[in-house]
Design a protein around this ligand. Structure first.
Ligand code: TNX
Length: 501
């Protein structure tokens, strides 16, 4: 970040992910009370809610916070659709952006500036907001834009079930770090978590289980729509994943005709992977895939549909290739852009169509298949497990999480460049970055948040900020400031010794 330093104190140490440019000015503004002027009511309400979480009261006659459409906003010469400029002067606040996403990003930045000030005046703790101290934010101009368009979290709601209220909390969290995709892993061996109107048995027979006998659940079509609308208001797109042709025991438990024996498989509540599969040559397989993907496409507001393709350990390459081609055809015919795990690149033969998004998770010594896939027009979302799998334990002693990809401390999630993950991959093939949270050992919202925080903020910075703007020591400070907001909101986080809390 370009910081022209003056007397702005904590300002430069508040914003996560690090902005492109932050220029402190002269004077301060007290933001205890604010009045929001926005292009529409929904944006005004959201901006008000965000600033209220930092401790500002939204009232008539407060300091004016003006959100204004402006194509000239952002870093000089930027054409990035999410760019914004936040200007704080002694007279008021303006957020300018060409699109609504940028307006929200500017307010998110302002939320962090106020939060930093709130911490400094000692009104950090719950119930101590009424100290009467001013919330003085120093004058500043922030000009900002993201490095990558896809900045997300992939969340497994199968191994343990997280319902609409938890998912809305996750949407809010993701949004607060300017992330804009929430990918939901909705099906796996242990359960099926989305109502499919043409195939009701999927949720009737396979939604109630989870790992180790935990309670399951599913999103009804209405709940799924409401969640997507909630996310869309915050400029976050929900990406649904129906995982095939492996990880399908919930499907084969509901529909025996998907098995060569014609018999449904038993319910499964363990945590092994790679044992279940569909069969390309069975007559009921393709109709099943068409029904499911067509329904999900119809129910989905966003442009993407993820069809899984990971860890099919029991299948020959020919059959696997047939599935990858078929799924891309079905998803594309249903009007969506296919997304799949890296295995869909293909090994010897390229399997991907131009435009298909591959999610890279298992760092491989041979980049060949991925470079060939990129040449064929595949796009990449980077989720390298040793950096971005936030279900990995922080340390060997950590009570939650798995360890197959190693231990992932905060600094591991922070210190990496998405453009350097696959050697030789052109930067232009990178769509973005996604953290991932698998939930084999994650039982409830506190478990979930304590694994996400603080590491999600580190991955968000890897996705938003260019290497020249990033700095570990600065990030350590900014995290300790941001933690004031987590404490006030009662969000669980892991107090890693890497931070001076
Ligand atoms: C691998 S990586 C999986 C998941 C597990 C996860 C646990 C990938 C696409 N699949 O099935 O839950 O490891 O970390």
């Amino acid at each position: 970040m370009t910081t022209v330093s003056s007397g702005a104190g904590m300002v430069a140490d508040a914003v996560i992910p690090a902005p492109v440019e932050l220029e402190p000015g002269e004077g301060v503004l007290d933001l205890v009370t604010v009045t929001i002027d926005a292009p529409d009511d929904v944006t005004a309400r959201l901006a008000g809610e965000l600033l209220a979480t930092a401790g500002a009261s939204v009232v008539p006659g407060g300091v004016l916070v003006t959100l204004t459409p402006d194509p000239a906003a952002g870093p000089e010469g930027s054409r990035n659709p999410e760019r914004y400029t936040l200007t704080v002067t002694a007279d008021g606040v303006t957020v300018a952006a060409p699109e609504r996403a940028g307006l929200l990003h500017g307010v998110r930045t302002l939320r962090q500036l106020i939060n930093a000030r709130r911490l400094a005046v000692g009104s950090d703790e719950v119930g101590r907001g009424g100290t009467g101290a001013p919330l003085e934010v120093g004058a500043v101009v922030v000009r900002d834009e993201p490095r990558y368009p896809w900045r997300g979290l992939s969340l497994d709601v199968v191994r343990h079930w997280f319902g609409p209220a938890d998912l809305r909390a996750v949407v809010d969290l993701v949004g607060s770090y300017k992330m804009n995709r929430l990918h939901l892993h909705l099906t796996d061996d242990q359960g099926w978590r989305l109502e499919i109107p043409s195939r009701p048995a999927l949720t009737e027979k396979s939604s109630q289980g989870a790992v180790s006998g935990a309670a399951g659940g599913f999103l009804s079509a209405d709940e799924y729509r409401e969640l997507q609308e909630y996310a869309a208001e915050r400029e976050i797109v929900i990406v649904p994943e129906i995982d095939v042709p492996g990880h399908v025991n919930a499907a084969t438990h509901a529909y025996g005709e998907l098995m060569p024996s014609g018999e449904p498989t038993d319910a499964y509540d363990g945590i092994e992977v790679g044992f279940s599969q569909l069969h390309l040559d069975l007559p009921d397989t393709e109709p099943f895939l068409r029904d499911v993907f067509t329904d999900v496409a119809r129910m989905t507001l966003g442009p993407w549909m993820h069809f899984g393709a990971d860890e099919v350990l029991t299948m020959q390459p020919d059959e696997f290739g047939g599935f990858i081609r078929l799924c891309q055809e079905i998803v594309t015919s249903a009007g969506k852009t296919p997304v799949a795990w890296q295995e869909a690149a293909g090994e010897a033969t390229v399997l991907v169509r131009p435009g298909t998004v591959l999610q890279y998770w298992d760092p491989k010594p041979d980049p060949g298949p991925f470079l060939r896939a990129a040449e064929a027009g595949a796009r990449f979302v980077m989720s390298p497990a040793n950096r971005a799998y936030l279900d990995m334990k922080y340390t060997p002693e950590h009570p939650l999480g798995l360890a197959w990809a190693g231990f992932v401390e905060l600094r591991d999630s922070y210190d990496w460049d998405p453009a350097a993950v696959i050697e030789g991959l052109p930067e232009s093939a990178i769509e973005g970055v996604s953290a991932a949270m698998w939930t084999e050992t994650i039982l409830n919202r506190d478990d979930l948040f304590s694994m996400l925080l603080p590491r999600l903020a580190a991955v968000a910075e890897a996705a938003w900020s260019r290497p020249g703007s990033k700095d570990w020591e600065s990030f350590r400070n900014r995290i300790s400031v941001e933690a004031g907001a987590w404490r006030r909101e009662g969000a669980a986080y892991h107090p890693t010794p890497q931070i001076d809390w």
